[in-house]
Design a protein around this ligand. Structure first.
Ligand code: ATP
Ligand code: MG
Length: 363
């Protein structure tokens, strides 16, 4: 174990709820956290030792931040790679910039997954409406999804192209932004898996979880996912391969589609903790947030030891004004991120309901 493990300060880039929950997990390990975010009054600032409010390109502030911490991590994937590269000259940043780069760009992501033998939906990088028409013909289908290659989240920057869509008009909506076109998967369900891997290459996993989206935002997560054992094993094997190929130090999530004929296709990589792993705070001995902090601070990751089955649902927008119903129920854990402004579609908190455990964990 690291000699300074008695007295660690972890710097977290980003001030959202994922940073908040990692900071809470860190404090339970005796680790202090300093948040770096451009956002005033961020959720993570409410629980951290200190917060630096500055932009991601302010080298003076970044330097002061790096000087005041031992390790650095991030809680969302749209941190500029340049920022991480600069900070990494001053203090170790995990997960490293390669994973960040891969997960920031849907084309780099799909290429990387396919290169290491992980199947995805068929995709292409169209440069004109004609390219789209040609590719649809080649695939023998008449619809697809168009997504901006960068900065998409919660379904933003996506459009479905069907037979009735005016392709030229849709194309012009994307303006000059690079896009990827993906074949639509008629999936049976969506699942995710999370792994944390430490410097000794020890790896632990959460899931697979079953995820249901509403209006393109994660609504509910169920664990364990009610899928065939061999599919669960396959999903875990897939994410472990990904983590090993990247020589991951830290945590990552893989979102997958399960097809009607029981195949799995990778959809998206998140180089961080994930909404579909929030249940682990209440249903495990060691949550995704604890193992995130452990992995990036050179502490060993620990088997999650899930003690309960769980249902997690998000509190979106106004849902947060109606929380009394969750406050007096047994086995019900309410998490309020303390965001000041309630906005439609904004993740304000979540609830985890624990149930008796029905299955052994897969590893
Ligand atoms: P999030 O932030 O919720 O992960 P995102 O905006 O980054 O979302 P994706 O994960 O790529 O984007 O897509 C959001 C959702 O849209 C998926 O969870 C899935 O339900 C649907 N979707 C995306 N791509 C496809 C596809 N190729 N076929 C079928 N459904 C898809
Ligand atoms: Mg996604």
């Amino acid at each position: 174990m690291n000699e300074i493990s008695q007295n660690i300060t972890l710097g977290i880039l980003g001030g959202g709820q994922l940073g908040q929950m990692s900071a809470i997990a860190a404090s339970k390990l005796g680790i202090k956290t300093i948040i770096y975010t451009p956002e005033q009054d961020s959720p993570a600032a409410q629980v951290a030792e200190k917060t630096i409010v500055a932009s991601y390109d302010d080298e003076d502030e970044l330097k002061l931040f790096a000087q005041s911490v031992d390790y650095i991590t991030y809680e969302f994937e749209n941190i500029p790679v340049k920022t991480v590269r600069y900070l990494n000259t001053l203090k170790p940043v995990y997960p490293d910039e390669r994973l960040l780069e891969v997960s920031q760009d849907r084309i780099a992501e799909k290429k990387f997954l396919n290169d290491i033998g992980i199947p995805t939906t068929r995709w292409s990088h169209p440069k004109s409406p004609q390219d789209i028409t040609n590719t649809l013909k080649k695939w023998g289908v008449n619809q697809c999804i168009l997504k901006t290659t960068r900065f998409g989240y919660d379904g933003k920057g996506q459009a479905r192209l069907t037979r009735d869509t005016n392709l030229e008009a849709l194309w012009s909506e994307f303006k000059e932004t690079p896009i990827i076109m993906e074949e639509i998967i008629n999936f049976e369900c969506e699942i995710s898996v999370i792994v944390a891997r430490d410097r000794n290459k020890h790896i632990v996993n959460y899931g697979p979880m079953l995820n249901v989206h509403k209006h393109h935002i994660l609504d509910k997560t169920t664990v364990p996912a009610p899928i065939h054992n061999h599919l669960a094993q396959n999903a875990i094997k897939t994410i472990k391969k990904l983590a090993e190929q990247l020589d991951l130090k830290g945590i990552l999530t893989l979102e997958l589609f399960v097809t009607r004929d029981n195949q799995i296709f990778a959809n998206e990589i998140a180089p961080r903790t994930h909404n579909s792993g929030h249940w682990s705070i209440d249903a495990c001995e060691h949550s995704q947030f604890e193992n995130h902090v452990r992995a990036v601070c050179d502490l060993p990751v620990l088997a999650p030891n899930r003690h309960s089955d769980a249902l997690m649902f998000n509190l979106i927008g106004d849902d947060i004004t109606n929380i009394a119903q969750y406050q007096n129920q047994p086995n019900t854990h309410l998490h309020n991120y303390g965001k000041h402004d309630i906005k439609e579609g904004r993740k304000m908190g979540h609830v985890t309901i624990l149930k008796e455990k029905t299955q052994k964990e897969q590893s």
